[in-house]
Write a protein that binds this ligand. Structure first.
Ligand code: BGC
Length: 438
C-alpha cells in the first residue's frame, strides 16, 4: 500500500488551469483542464480539451529514454496545437499533473519510484527510478514551459475527481486492464506506521479545526497474494503468470483484471483443442496467438442474445477464423461467464476488504476502467458479491437499491482528477504546508 501525499479530499472550490498527462496502458492522453471552482454549477465545474495518442506497441518494450522522449514530444505537440506556448514561459510555467497508473513509492507528491511495471509493460531503465524526475528531464531537454506539480495513481485520480462533484465518494477503483483501488485513511502515526515524520511535522499535518486529517492510500492490491498463500489458482492462471513479462508479480490482478480474462479463456480453449475436444480439423493458428482474445470478446459472448447466438459465431469467425458448432458456442458462453464471474467477485473482495478494515458502511465506490464500463454484467455481479461478503441479506433493508455501498461511474480521474490534485497541492504550498511536497 502506497502513501500518496494527497491530503484530504477536494472541497469543490479548487480552481485554475492545468495540464494533465495520462500514461495509460494503450494511450497517451494530454489534456488542458480548467477548474472553475466555487461559483459554478456542477455541470460547468470544469472545462477540458484533450488529445489522445495511441501508444505504439514497441514503446511497451523500449527504454526509458525512448519513452520519455516520446511523452515530451506529444506534450510539445499539444501545447503548440492549443496555443499554450504563447501563454506560458520558463518563468511562469504551466502546472502539470501526471497520472501514472503503475505502482510507485512516493516520498513526495511530485515524485514516484516505479516498483515494477505491470499490465504487460517492460520498459528498461525505469524500475527503481523516479519517473517524475525522468519526465522532468525530458521536459527540460525540450525546454518546455511546464512544471510537474504532482504524480498520482489512476485510482487516486478517480477518487478525487469523483469527490470534486460527489461528497459521498469513499473509494476510487479501477476495474480495467489492471485492477486497484484507493481510499482515504486517517492521518496518524498509529494508522500509517510507514510515514516517517518528526513530531513537529505531525503537528503541522493536523487540520486547523481539530478534525482528523486524512491522506489518500493507493492500495496496489493487484499485488495481493503474490506469495500465493490465499487464493487458489488453476493451471491456466499459472500459465498466464509464467508467460507474463513479470512472473510472480500482480497475482490478484492476473486473476481478475481485463488484460488477463481473455487470455485465460484462450488458454482453456487451446487445451481443449489440443485434446481433440473442440474445433477439430480447423485451423487454430489464430487461437494459438497469445492475447489474441481480449475482454471485449468475452463481453460480447455474454451479451449475445441473438437467436442461435449468431453474433458469437461471427465473433469467432472474424477474430479467430474458427467456425464454432452449437455445442462449442454453448461451452464458450459458460466459460466466459465463469471467468468473468470469478473476476467480478474478486474485484468485490478488494473493496470489501477496505470497507471492513476502515469500518465504512456506506458511500460511493467511483469506478472506472474497461471492465467496469464495458462488461454488461460486471456491476451487477460485483454488487451481489459485495452484499454477500458484507452480509447484506436479500431481505435486509440494506440490500434494497443495491445496498448502502454503491458502485458509481467515476469522473475523469486522469484528466480532471489529477488537475484537482495539482490545484490542491499548489493551494497547500501557498499556505506553507509543504510536508510531502517538493
Ligand atoms: C497498477 C496500478 C493501477 C491499476 C489500474 C495496476 O496494474 O499496478 O497502479 O492503479 O493497474 O490501472
Amino acid at each position: 500500500m502506497n502513501i500518496t501525499w494527497v491530503l484530504g479530499l477536494p472541497t469543490g472550490h479548487e480552481s485554475g488551469t492545468f495540464l494533465a498527462l495520462d500514461l495509460g496502458g494503450t494511450n497517451l492522453r494530454v489534456c488542458k483542464v480548467e477548474l472553475h471552482g466555487p461559483s459554478s454549477a456542477v455541470s460547468q465545474k470544469h472545462t477540458l480539451v484533450q488529445e489522445q495518442y495511441k501508444l505504439p506497441s514497441e514503446i511497451k518494450t523500449s527504454t526509458a529514454e525512448e519513452l520519455w522522449a516520446y511523452v515530451a514530444e506529444y506534450l510539445e505537440k499539444f501545447m503548440k496545437k492549443m496555443g499554450l506556448l504563447e501563454h506560458y514561459n520558463r518563468e511562469k510555467p504551466m502546472p502539470l499533473g501526471f497520472t501514472f497508473s503503475y505502482p510507485a513509492i512516493q516520498y513526495r507528491i511530485d515524485h514516484g519510484i516505479l516498483q515494477t511495471w505491470t499490465k504487460g509493460f517492460d520498459i528498461k531503465g525505469v524500475e527503481g527510478e523516479d519517473v517524475a524526475a525522468q519526465l522532468r528531464h525530458a521536459i527540460e531537454r525540450k525546454k518546455l514551459p511546464i512544471e510537474l506539480i504532482c504524480l498520482a495513481n489512476d485510482t487516486v485520480g478517480a477518487m478525487v475527481a469523483s469527490a470534486y462533484n460527489d461528497p459521498e465518494t469513499i473509494i476510487g477503483a479501477i476495474f480495467g486492464t489492471g485492477c486497484n483501488a484507493a481510499y482515504m485513511q486517517t492521518l496518524s502515526k498509529e494508522c500509517i506506521p510507514k510515514i516517517d515524520l518528526k513530531d513537529e511535522e505531525w503537528e503541522q499535518l493536523k487540520s486547523d479545526d481539530g478534525s482528523k486529517s486524512t491522506i489518500a492510500i493507493n492500495c496496489e492490491y493487484g499485488a495481493f497474494d503474490n506469495a500465493h498463500r490465499v487464493l487458489p489458482r488453476t493451471s491456466f492462471d499459472e500459465q498466464v503468470d509464467a508467460e507474463s513479462p513479470r512472473p510472480g508479480e500482480q497475482a490478484f490482478e492476473k486473476l481478475s483484471a481485463g488484460l488477463y480474462l481473455g487470455e485465460i479463456f484462450r488458454l482453456v480453449m487451446v487445451q481443449l483443442a489440443d485434446k481433440g475436444l473442440v474445433f477439430k480439423n480447423q485451423d487454430r493458428e489464430k487461437l494459438r496467438k497469445p492475447y489474441s482474445i481480449d475482454t471485449g470478446f468475452l463481453s460480447q459472448i455474454e451479451d449475445d442474445e441473438s437467436p442461435k447466438f449468431n453474433k458469437t459465431y461471427d465473433l469467432f469467425k472474424e477474430t479467430l477464423d474458427l467456425s464454432p458448432s452449437d455445442q462449442e458456442i454453448e461451452l464458450s458462453r459458460r466459460l466466459a461467464e465463469l471467468i468473468a464471474v470469478r473476476g467480478a467477485r474478486l474485484c468485490a473482495c478488494g473493496i470489501a476488504a477496505i470497507c471492513t478494515k476502515e469500518g465504512i458502511e456506506k458511500g460511493h465506490v467511483a469506478a472506472d476502467g474497461s471492465v467496469a464500463n464495458k462488461h454488461p454484467k460486471f456491476k451487477r455481479r460485483w454488487a451481489k458479491a459485495l452484499g454477500e461478503i458484507l452480509n447484506w441479506h436479500q431481505t435486509d433493508e440494506k440490500q434494497k437499491n443495491g445496498g448502502p455501498i454503491k458502485i458509481t461511474s467515476a469522473e475523469d480521474g486522469s484528466g480532471v482528477g489529477v488537475a484537482v490534485i495539482a490545484a490542491m497541492t499548489l493551494q497547500r504550498k501557498s499556505q506553507g504546508n509543504t510536508i510531502g511536497m517538493f
